[in-house]
Design a protein around this ligand. Structure first.
Ligand SMILES: [Zn+2]
Length: 206
């Protein structure tokens, strides 16, 4: 694509074109759309973006995004009374399950899956934090809700082993989800059914 007639436009297109799923052509379309919006809208947008790194923090318990040390889900007494933690790989997976409206317990964002090839072991993930929570919060059930991928299976197997010392139920999503599919991209109905009809975790099911 040729250089634009304005350096400022050019720079904005370059910034947007690094977004997931957005190439230069789409970025240009977005910038042209923005140019047609009222200046107040653009100022609010810029301000909201600028506040993200300053004001959004990570929940000290579950690892979700929050405006305070604890996120709104962890602050919800109805949820913590359930004594169930659903362990997910990342925040998009948490949001996918939360969007189904079928789960009322707490979450724990692990921050990835075990992938020895990429140098990601349990120490790089929030495993210690999970075990501490299970102990301190008197958790009665842990749902291992990973995407059905080799990394997800390895991580579930590892956590299952580490959780053996606690008197709790370990379950996993019912397998309505195609192998290799990311939870984030699984349709709501399938995901809702998978969490409601969760099954006891068994290391052999792979
Ligand atoms: Zn939280």
């Amino acid at each position: 694509m040729t250089q634009l007639s304005s350096q400022t436009l050019q720079r904005t297109v370059e910034l947007l074109s690094s977004w997931p799923g957005v190439g230069r052509r789409t970025a240009l379309r977005y910038v042209l759309y923005l140019m047609r919006q009222p200046p107040e809208y653009l100022k609010s947008l810029a301000e909201a973006l600028g506040r993200l790194p300053e004001e959004v923090q990570t929940c000290q318990l579950c690892g979700n995004y929050a405006d305070a040390p604890l996120c709104t889900l962890c602050q919800n007494a109805k949820r913590s009374q359930q004594k169930i933690i659903c362990v997910v790989e990342d925040i998009p997976a948490l949001l996918a399950i939360e969007n189904t409206g079928s789960f009322q317990g707490l979450y724990h964002v692990l921050g990835g899956c075990i992938a020895p090839g990429e140098g990601i072991g349990p120490e790089q993930l929030r495993v210690r934090e999970l075990l501490d929570r299970v102990k301190q919060e008197g958790i009665q059930e842990v749902i291992l809700a990973f995407s059905p991928t080799p990394e997800g299976d390895t991580t579930a197997f590892y956590l299952h082993k580490r959780l053996q010392e606690f008197p709790l139920r370990i379950s996993t999503l019912a397998r309505g989800i195609g192998f290799g599919n990311e939870l984030e991209y699984t349709d709501d109905l399938t995901l809702a059914r998978s969490i409601l009809q969760r099954i006891p975790y068994s290391p052999m099911q792979g």
